[in-house]
Design a protein around this ligand. Sequence first.
Ligand code: PLP
Length: 354
Amino acid sequence: MLRRDDVSAETWAIVGGRPLDVPGATLNTPLIAASNFVLGGERIYSRNEATEAWESLEALIGGMEHGHGVAFASGMAACAAVLSQLPTGAHLVLGDDCYQGVAGLADAGARDHGWRVDRLPASDPAWLGKAAEADLLWVESPSNPLLDVADVAAICAAPRRPGTRVVVDNTFATPLGQQPLTLGADIVVHSATKFIGGHSDLLLGLAVAADPAQATLLRTARQLNGATPGTLECFLALRGARTLPLRLRQAEASARVLVERLGGHPAVGRVRYPGFGAIVSFELADAPAADVACRATRIVRHATSLGGVETTMERRGVHVGQEHIPAGLIRMSVGCEDAEDLWADLGAALDQLQ
Ligand code: PLP
């Protein structure tokens, strides 16, 4: 049987998480809708024992990340399960520009469980010093939406107390952009709703743990909290993940074209791009200018989520918890359309601001 270490992450996206290679077996994991099973076998009830689709997705993404995958009903469910392990009075270090849902969980922990929460820019070297005193370092890199990049390897290598964990939200980078467990992180989380699913038609999350015992704890949290992923969602995410390398290659190539053209447009201020991936943030003069641009495009869709085959953008300042970002900042998720078509559409919208 092919092992993960035999192949690249790109190849694993195709070959990982398949049914056994035996005569007559389906090539793909079949979609089996079932909550209940005849007693006496391996499976009893679908909140507790994985259906085939979870198992395949966990093997696929867990393998790409070089760890043990645990699928959840959403990215937030995965994040909540990881954070729920923190005891009362714990010390959490979090990016100052992380996904606002995770910041909300940290605020709730501070309020309800006395957590001490420090917020730092992802690229701040102060993370290294925090490693020695914190219980958990939650690194989101690139950050959302300022696309600040953390030195994940250096943070993981910094001296830390036994039991201090490094968690990396790898949603923006995807398992192709970086594999934090190979850099020394303990857990990776994903909103599989985004690039892994890739088609804006599902909600799903994954946590991938380096240590199998940690994965077991996360499975128990999932079961007790009922944060169970739907079988259909796992099936769709599995199918979506097969084309992640292709989609990302196309999107990244287009993102580079758009970054260059945006940089040369007189209506555009600072353009942020971490040098890889398919998310680009750029600044227009103010919130009204950004709102005009977002409504004026015909190919680029005005929508909040990201990582789909379709290019989307929105002014991030419309959301609560984004008060730290420039008012006219637009976050764009570049999809798989032709780059010249995308620029014709986006450029025409920006020309209206002149
Ligand atoms: N992490 C990041 C970086 C995100 O952007 C999101 C959602 O936008 C989440 C976590 C939460 O994922 P979900 O929406 O699948 O619950």
